[in-house]
Design a protein around this ligand. Structure first.
Ligand code: ATP
Length: 367
């Protein structure tokens, strides 16, 4: 049974549609991430789940329990049993760590001894057992964030809802916190909905990701599916670096397409199931572009291109080059440096994704 089901949730603010028929299924025990640019509706979705926003239509169920069904059921936030952590962790400065974490239990009138036991337990879980008596100003940002998480877990929630919880942390700590959250979540096993606008964060913490844009869900999939098989141009461009090139499909038989990339003489044959002909954009990731050394691969004469390097950067664990293909700047990454001012590259057909302009729609692609 799905842990959480959103069915055609629509929400308007003063005539502006923040969410348009958002439908999502979150499975039991997974970390499910809402990813998208600022203003796309991630927080509104999360708040609707928590009961802090009331959608205009649609329904929401936790397991088999309907918590919202427009006009018929509306369970108040305090009865939804969600643990919520926001970007501004909002732990109380005048309370010790233990008192902060125990507060939700106190509200529920949990007996003192049981409360103390549970506080110790969750503080151990977030590795703050030794800091129970400290006050928030005596903790680092990352530790304060973990107190907020411990508080959200104190009364075991049915759903853990995290809204950009690491965005106030520096890059290193943020990275460590993501790894740590993943481990913690697998220990606790609580179904988690995670909001972020950061694609690296989404790819690294999630079991599955929903990519949102302008109040709509563009694609739902595992990080690999989203990255390697983006459903449309928006997803391709938003998640990771996408080299997008204008091209024309000149033949298509349902298994392959023959395409001509603008400004490139030789056609390319690419696996593709769509039979439509006409103008398209193709997407290829920087790390998938192959650099040919020693004059190219004679077995693949059709996809070998030589181009001058426009600019280059050394990034510690890899090199990044900008070349031009048919006049369009294209980024190529590699772990081995190029030895000349030119690169001979090939575009492996299996790594090329083709997007028909009109297919750049808002259709959902559920997995
Ligand atoms: P961010 O990453 O910037 O937090 P988001 O994806 O979480 O963005 P939301 O906060 O869900 O986006 O906002 C979606 C849209 O709804 C935005 O256009 C926003 O301006 C609008 N909106 C959100 N809350 C309100 C509100 N209380 N009143 C009016 N408009 C709102």
């Amino acid at each position: 049974m799905p842990s959480l089901q959103l069915n055609a949730i629509t929400k308007q603010f003063e005539g502006h549609t923040a969410l348009h028929e958002v439908s999502l299924t979150v499975r039991d025990g997974e970390i499910f991430t809402l990813l998208g640019p600022s203003g796309c509706g991630k927080s509104t979705t999360l708040w609707s789940i928590a009961g802090l926003h009331r959608p205009d239509s649609g329904s929401i169920a936790f397991g088999d329990r309907v918590v919202f069904d427009h006009g018929r059921v509306d369970v108040e936030p305090e009865h939804r049993n969600c643990g919520v952590v926001f970007q501004s962790y909002a732990i109380w400065p005048h309370m010790s760590v233990a008192a902060n974490v125990g507060y939700p239990l106190k509200l529920r009138k949990t007996p003192r001894a049981e409360r103390d036991r549970r506080v110790r337990e969750v503080l151990e879980l977030v590795e703050l057992g030794r800091h129970a008596g400290r006050y928030p100003h005596e903790l680092s940002g990352g530790q304060q964030q973990r107190v907020a998480l411990a508080r959200a877990l104190a009364h075991p929630p049915d759903l853990l809802l995290l809204d950009e919880p690491f965005s106030n942390l520096d890059a290193k700590l943020r990275d460590r916190s993501r790894q740590w959250l993943k481990t913690l979540q697998s220990q606790v096993g609580v179904t988690t909905v995670f909001v972020t606008h950061d694609q690296d964060e989404a790819l690294s913490v999630s079991d599955r990701v929903a990519v949102m844009d302008q109040g709509k869900v563009r694609q739902v999939g595992t990080p690999t599916e989203i990255y390697e098989h983006p459903a449309d141009l928006f997803v391709a461009d938003f998640v990771g670096t996408a080299n997008l090139l204008a091209a024309m499909v000149v033949e298509a038989d349902g298994t392959h397409a023959v395409i001509r990339v603008d400004g490139v003489g030789e056609p390319l044959k690419v696996p593709h199931t769509d039979r439509r002909l006409g103008p398209v954009r193709i997407c290829i990731r920087p790390e998938n572009i192959e650099i040919q050394r020693g004059g190219g691969d004679a077995s693949r004469p059709l996809d070998t291109l030589t181009a001058k390097v426009d600019n280059q950067a050394y990034l510690g664990d890899h090199y990044r080059y900008t070349i031009r293909i048919g006049g369009t700047p294209v980024i190529v990454t590699t772990t081995r440096p190029a030895t000349t001012g030119e690169l001979t590259v090939s575009l492996p057909p299996e790594d090329i994704r083709i997007f028909h302009e009109e297919a750049d729609s808002n259709e959902e692609n559920h997995h």
